[in-house]
Ligand binder design. Structure first.
Ligand SMILES: Cc1cc2nc3c(=O)[nH]c(=O)nc-3n(C[C@H](O)[C@H](O)[C@H](O)COP(=O)(O)OP(=O)(O)OC[C@H]3O[C@@H](n4cnc5c(N)ncnc54)[C@H](O)[C@@H]3O)c2cc1C
Length: 161
């Protein structure tokens, strides 16, 4: 979990040059962590379950640009790889490799999970709320709930901005 500076320091302490980092999720978070780990000298692999990185937030051209830029700096990006399990070593209590549904097996010394979130919209749907196909930013106190429609992330505020 990365929430505080102490969390960041703890994660950084796990990074040792030459170590193998597997990053699960090729979104903003995963790619940012990948870039940092690579700069610190780790061998970095990003596993993304869709056909391109940053699929939720950008067009294919922008995804291709960032994929190429990461590759140029030595980050290995593997798309169409859905993570299904982490295997560990019982004697050390540490993760050993990441397994994917497609049969991939990626050895790892450090694993970072950045798979995003999906809004819990069941209640809003059950209540018959009208789902709006827009992305809106609102003060949390104004939110009625969060909803998602197709690939678009939607927030349903009490009033639209
Ligand atoms: C349309 C839209 C507009 C936005 N506009 C803004 C904005 O203007 N400003 C702002 O600050 N924020 C904005 N956001 C929010 C911002 O994009 C998110 O906060 C950010 O994308 C979260 O990054 P993330 O890496 O945590 O998750 P995501 O971007 O969701 O990335 C997670 C990745 O993990 C992959 N994944 C999930 N499960 C697995 C698995 N099992 N194996 C492998 N891969 C997996 C997913 O396919 C996905 O690519 C916007 C979001 C959307 C959708």
């Amino acid at each position: 979990m990365l929430r505080t500076i102490a969390d960041a320091d703890r994660i950084r302490a796990e990074y040792s040059a030459g170590g193998r980092a597997v990053i699960i999720g090729g979104g903003y978070i995963g790619l940012e962590v990948a870039a940092t780990a690579r700069e610190l000298g780790l061998d970095v692999t990003v596993l993304e379950m869709t056909e391109r990185v940053m699929n939720r937030v950008t067009c294919p051209q922008v995804s291709a640009f960032y994929a190429a830029e990461h590759a140029r700096r030595g980050v290995r990006i593997r798309c169409n790889e859905t993570v299904r399990a982490l295997h560990g070593d019982a004697s050390t209590g540490r993760v050993r490799c990441v397994l994917t549904e497609q049969g991939g097996e990626y050895p790892a010394d450090v694993v970072v999970i950045g798979v995003g979130v999906v809004p819990a919209d069941e209640l809003a749907k059950a209540a018959g709320s009208k789902l709006v196909p827009v992305f809106a930013i609102a003060a949390k106190s104004n939110w009625k709930g969060s909803v998602r429609s197709n690939a678009t992330f939607c927030i349903l505020p009490t009033r639209l901005l």
